[in-house]
Design a protein around this ligand. Structure first.
Ligand code: SAH
Length: 418
């Protein structure tokens, strides 16, 4: 099964693992007191020695959770077409970078590069390069194998680019730990199930005002963690709760905010677009923090480092953090986005081209996983950052009648077949 959408409930899996991360955290909590949920999540996921993504990063069927690109090649193909379509709408610049944040096993980029290869005649005069932002050494190895067949060079002298290679289709690929290290330039950014893995702060409304939820050691049970509330306001309660907030429980992911600010500044300055796909809401949900192990819900405080921890993306927060530097589109439901991108036609072609029953069944099954509102169709969303001039002519105010209409942005508008 895919990672369930929030609120799905269910029995969490019991503790396990070798306990190294738990012992490390327990020592830290005993020495210096409770930590924010964000700090706990960062340790559990990306601690350089013991973090879940650092050591394990279980994306895929044999891992802890499965994602859309792992379910069907069609998903990545349609995203590849989205980038080509935007590239064309923006006047076919002769160079662009494809930048993926948190590429997992590299499957999505692999499917996109296949589309770029199939459309080589369209892209023939364009200089394309791929830039992957990945903190996990384990996953970057898997990506290198998937995309280059293992033909990569570690780059110990160059601190910013830690690995380089050439894709099987001949496109240069570079690996970075941080989006800030990716060179500036006209770029298409992609973040699929990336923002949900970044650390969140959690806040609870109480009679005494907003309090931050913290993680502490349980005094009754050795080496067991528990949630507590901060006794007074913390700097985060001051900074992250909107004055007009009506919910009683709020999650905020400042790291996602900083990254969106960077993407928006880059797109404003150098052009391009960003496509974000994730489960999430538009500033309405409350407690969505959950863990996954072996495709089952897992208690977030149990055996840290052995399970994926995740929270829904708040798209209203991302929109606010773009600070008007770019236009934003969405969030739009995955099933609507993929339908607008022509998934039904693509499925028909693949069905016609496959003669054996097993392949046809697999195609129909994966279509259902991606599109069914009860599965991934409704809870996953697409959201885009685009330069303002992509949606409104810059001189529209002065001469509204003189401009030809701008082409609609694919995926966010209904597909019209001419
Ligand atoms: N996009 C992939 C993988 C999603 S899992 C897919 O949809 O299948 C999240 C990915 O983000 C993993 O590759 C993980 O190692 C990476 N990641 C998590 N935190 C990160 C951070 N702070 N910076 C860069 N990558 C990160």
């Amino acid at each position: 099964a895919a990672r369930l959408c929030s609120g799905a409930g269910g029995q969490a899996e019991a503790a396990g693992g070798d306990g190294a991360m738990l012992r490390h955290l327990a020592r830290k909590l005993r020495a210096s007191g409770p930590v924010t949920v964000a700090e706990y999540m960062r340790e559990a996921l990306t601690n350089p020695g013991q973090g879940y993504y650092t050591r394990r990063g279980g994306v895929g069927e044999s891992g802890d959770f499965i994602t859309s690109p792992e379910i069907s090649q069609v998903f990545g193909e349609l995203i590849g077409i989205w980038f080509i379509s935007e590239w064309m709408a923006m006047g076919k610049p002769n160079i662009f970078q494809l930048v993926e944040l948190g590429p997992g096993r590299g499957t999505l980029t692999e499917d996109i590069l296949r589309v770029f290869k199939q459309l080589a005649s369209v892209l023939s005069k364009c200089d394309v390069s791929v830039h992957l932002v990945e903190v996990s050494p384990k996953l970057s190895e898997i990506q290198a194998m998937m995309l280059t067949g293992g033909k990569v060079q570690p780059n110990p002298e160059e601190e910013l680019v830690y690995m380089k290679g050439i894709s099987k289709t001949g496109i240069p690929i570079s690996w970075y730990r941080d989006i800030q290290d990716v060179p500036p330039g006209y770029s298409f950014y992609l973040a699929h199930e990336f923002f949900d893995a970044l650390p969140i702060h959690k806040f609870q409304r109480t009679e005494k005002g907003w309090r931050e939820v913290l993680v502490d050691i349980d005094p009754e049970v050795p080496d067991q963690l528990r949630f507590v509330l901060s006794p007074s306001r913390t700097p985060a309660t001051q900074n992250f709760i909107q004055p007009e907030e009506t919910r009683d429980h709020v999650e905020v992911c400042p790291e996602a905010g900083v990254i969106v600010q960077r993407l928006a500044s880059r797109i404003e300055k150098d052009g391009g677009a960003a496509l974000v796909a994730d489960y999430g809401h538009d500033g309405t949900k409350t407690d969505t923090f959950r863990g996954f192990r072996n495709h089952k819900l897992h208690d977030v405080l149990s055996a840290p480092g052995t399970a994926d921890l995740t929270a829904d993306v708040d798209f209203s927060y991302l929109r606010r953090m773009a600070q008007g530097k770019t236009a934003t589109l969405g969030p739009i439901k995955q099933r609507e986005f993929l339908k607008n991108m022509g998934i039904d036609l693509r499925l028909q072609v693949l069905l016609q081209n496959s003669s054996d029953t097993a392949t046809r069944e697999q195609l129909l099954h994966s279509y259902d996983m991606l599109m069914n509102p009860e599965k991934m169709g409704d809870c996953f969303n697409f959201f885009a950052l685009l330069p303002h001039h992509r949606l409104v002519h810059p001189d529209k105010k002065d001469k509204p009648e003189s401009n030809s209409p701008l082409p609609p942005v694919a995926g966010f508008n209904e597909l019209l077949l001419k």
